[in-house]
Design a protein. Structure first.
Length: 398
């Protein structure tokens, strides 16, 4: 697939100033950048600390900071703050995700910036929206424990966080959604707006279906490993050679198809398995029975039959195996991202297409302060002044 040209992107001409780190704020900035906004990331002189993370954080920066420019300043210096303020004066959107009170201490809070730029849309990414918890610091894992997600993911008595930064990523997405709504409203009002997105409330939304299950039935939801499935066939099976495959048959028609594929007409004709609810009640013996049949069957042979006959299935896949996924490769779901050192990596794109085209990386991941000089020149700074500020350690130029 071809990428959408920069001029045709929906947010072309929108300038975003992003003062954020880690995942939540950068995700918001990345979405706006992918949609065509000019996103200028403000980094410390040594760069966003996320650039240096190891272990589970090693891929954070490159994943959530594409299509952005970088300016590098000493935010504690008044001259640097003055430059940031001039930049904000030229901006449509300001993105931040620092702890409560930090932006106010720098004079970069919403009220201060609104007084200078009434049309500014200011989006904060926090642990909690306004309320008793608002001054607490939060992490994705913290709110997963607080909001029921960890309880629902792990076995009883063993809460387990989800295997990705689900609330950070979704929180950034909701921040971007708020920005888009505010930009639309600004077309008629001319006024900006303060947007807040928060980890805890995001996670509560993820738990809402379980809350409402209790409200409807009066029975508390069991954690996923202990749940009573709504479907008779909805499980992971071991096939020949130890290959694991998830297989589902959520209605009577798929159940008939599955029995035919597995050559088990006896199961389809069994009066104990006539309806889905019958099969749910028979899971204790039905799932092992199907497992015994599947254990001798080849996953590679079954997969095309399941696909042709509309049986939901999935190989159990590790993240690193997705680089070779044929659908992602052939559909254009992996873009070529150029990194700071000039090397390239396949990068998952936003999960949307526009007129059949995917939103691609349009520029390399920015080096620390790569655009400091060009951005300041655009704001009216002379070359000599930029050189003086760089020599004084106020900013970094590349």
């Amino acid at each position: 697939m071809n990428s959408v040209s920069s001029q045709a992107l929906p947010l072309a001409g929108i300038r975003v100033v992003e003062l954020s780190h880690m995942v939540m704020g950068p995700t918001c900035g990345m979405i706006l950048a992918d949609l065509g906004a000019e996103v200028i990331k403000v980094e410390p002189l040594t760069g966003d600390k996320t650039r240096e993370l190891l272990g589970a954080g090693a891929g954070f920066f490159r994943t959530f900071n594409r299509n952005k420019k970088s300016i590098s300043v000493d935010i504690k210096d008044k001259q640097a703050i003055d430059a940031v303020l001039k930049l904000v004066d030229s901006a449509d959107v300001f993105v931040e995700n620092f702890k409560p009170g930090r932006m106010a201490s720098l004079g970069l809070d919403y009220d201060s910036l609104k007084a200078r730029n009434p049309g500014l849309i200011y989006v904060s990414h926090k642990g909690f929206l306004q309320g008793p918890y608002e001054k607490r610091l939060a992490l994705d894992e913290v709110v997963q424990m607080m909001a029921g997600l960890a309880y629902m993911t792990g076995p009883v008595g063993r809460p387990l966080r989800a295997g990705t930064s689900v609330n950070d990523i979704m929180g950034g997405m909701f921040g971007a959604l708020g920005v888009l709504a505010a930009l639309f409203q600004r077309n008629s009002t001319g006024q900006g707006k303060e947007i807040q997105s928060a980890l805890f409330e995001n996670c509560v939304l993820l738990s809402a279906q379980h809350m409402q299950q209790y409200a409807v039935t009066g029975v508390a939801a069991n954690p996923m490993p202990e749940r009573i499935s709504a479907w008779g066939i909805y499980d992971t099976f071991e096939l020949a050679g130890g290959r694991l495959m998830f297989i589902a048959a959520t209605g009577d028609a798929p159940w008939k198809e599955l029995c035919e594929i597995l050559q088990r007409p006896d199961l389809y004709l069994d009066p104990r398995l006539k309806t889905n609810n019958d099969r749910v009640l028979a899971r204790d013996w039905l799932i092992p029975e199907l497992g015994a049949t599947l254990k001798s069957m080849e996953a590679e042979s079954l997969a095309p039959i399941f696909e042709a006959r509309q049986i939901p299935f999935a190989y159990i896949t590790k993240p690193e195996e997705l680089f070779d996924d044929p659908h992602l490769q052939q559909s254009g779901g992996l873009g070529r991202q150029v990194l700071e050192d000039g090397s390239e990596t396949p990068m998952p794109l936003l999960p949307i297409s526009m007129d059949g085209q995917r939103l691609q990386p349009r520029q390399p991941i920015a080096r620390i302060g790569e655009h400091t000089e060009s951005v300041l020149r655009d704001l009216g700074y002379e070359a000599a002044e930029i050189a003086r500020l760089a020599a004084a350690g106020v900013l970094k130029v590349v």
